[in-house]
Design a protein around this ligand. Structure first.
Ligand SMILES: [Zn+2]
Length: 380
């Protein structure tokens, strides 16, 4: 008896008069359904033909009129004797759930995946065949990265000062107003405290505008004597142009000891300039003003392009300003917990981007932050 014939008869006509008989009938139906589905899924036919077969199988099982499941509903469930109704109902529900994969979209979905998989295996195999076909071809070359010019300059400066016995200190970029301004003797009225120059987070917190807060932090931490340099990022409320950026790198230097004089400052910075820019370089100190040093100065070097003759880079002056410096203000030492009657010190600060620009002849600070490989790979 075929399945179609069976579902056209009632349970009693089929001799299924108890639970066991009913269960084995339903098991037979479920097995038949699954095997027909498997057969379709694994058959190898054209896509169009496959769609037709899927529709036919779906209709055979799920069609409202004369679908196998509808016929079971009609002939087995509805016509079941009262005592068998619960078990037939339960079996019928299970069958309906098991029939979910017979829905058209499920049937269609099951097969393209197989086709795709087979196609991709075939494609991979052919690629592999290509790759292994000529072993004399050169291998893939991965370009080596290089150190960013600003990092390069920072490291070079660090090396020079490490050689002089300085140590490296770092500090937070999100800084308190106290460390950034108050402790450095920068009064409330100073224009650099203005919103236009400083990026504030709230009234007591800001993005540090210089690395100098680390002077105070280090004096508090280590006391005197102290010889440190402080490399790091600083932030300004500046409009970006070829010589300004909202973030750039500074290196701060601080020496605190007994009997430190301005002559020590001049000697150290002259030595540094010759090490960094070359032995021919001459240094020039001119008076300036910073709230945290007294006296304060600007350091210029003889132009590295024209050797002091005058050119466009040095604006015909023959000199390039390279850093600010000075003797540490007694108030600043006091804020760091150091007695200015016993100790003196000097400090300097420079911008690493500017040094990289001078050293490599770069005319736009923005180039450092654009991550353009064509620019960066020139420094490898
Ligand atoms: Zn010049």
């Amino acid at each position: 008896m075929t399945l179609e014939e069976k579902v056209g008869k009632t349970l009693s006509e089929l001799g299924a008069t108890d639970t066991q008989g009913v269960e084995s009938l339903f098991a037979e139906v479920r097995a038949a359904m699954e095997s027909e589905r498997q057969e379709l899924v694994s058959c190898e036919v054209e896509k169009e033909e496959h769609g037709k077969l899927c529709r036919a199988l779906r209709d055979r099982w799920l069609a409202r009129k004369n679908g196998i499941i509808s016929l079971i509903d009609e002939n087995w469930l509805k016509k079941a004797p009262k005592e068998l109704k619960p078990v037939v109902g339960r079996q019928f529900n299970e069958l309906r759930q098991a029939a979910a994969p017979m829905e058209l979209e499920e049937l269609l979905r099951a097969v393209p995946r197989k086709i795709t998989l087979a196609a991709s295996i075939a494609a991979t195999a052919s690629v592999r065949a290509d790759l292994t076909s000529d072993l004399t071809l050169p291998g893939y070359r991965r370009p080596l990265g290089s150190i960013h010019p600003v990092t390069r300059v920072l490291r070079e400066i660090e090396e020079i000062f490490l050689g002089l016995g300085f140590t490296i200190e770092i500090g937070p970029e999100v800084e308190s107003v106290y460390y950034n301004f108050d402790a450095l003797n920068i009064p409330e009225t100073h224009p650099s405290r203005d919103d236009w120059d400083t990026l504030y987070i709230d009234s007591k917190t800001l993005l540090r505008t210089h690395t100098s807060p680390v002077q105070i932090r280090s004096m508090e931490k280590y006391g005197a004597p102290l010889y440190i340099i402080v490399p790091g990022k600083v932030y300004r409320h500046d409009n970006p142009d070829s010589s300004h950026a909202t973030m750039f790198h500074q290196i701060e230097g601080l020496a605190v000891d007994k009997d430190i004089t301005f002559a020590d400052l001049k000697g150290t910075l002259d030595f540094f300039a010759k090490k960094f820019f070359g032995e021919r370089v001459r240094t020039r100190f001119s008076p300036s003003f910073f709230p945290f040093t007294e006296p304060s100065g600007e350091v210029s070097i003889s132009c590295v392009i024209c050797d002091g003759q005058g050119c466009r880079t040095c604006k015909e002056s023959g000199w390039l300003e390279v850093m600010g410096c000075g003797m540490v203000h007694p108030e600043v030492l006091r804020h760091g917990g150091i007695d200015p009657e016993q100790y003196t010190g000097w400090a300097f600060g420079l911008g690493a981007e500017r040094y990289a620009m001078m050293k490599y002849g770069i005319n736009d600070i923005q180039l450092f932050y654009q991550s353009d490989v064509r620019f960066l790979e020139q420094f490898s």
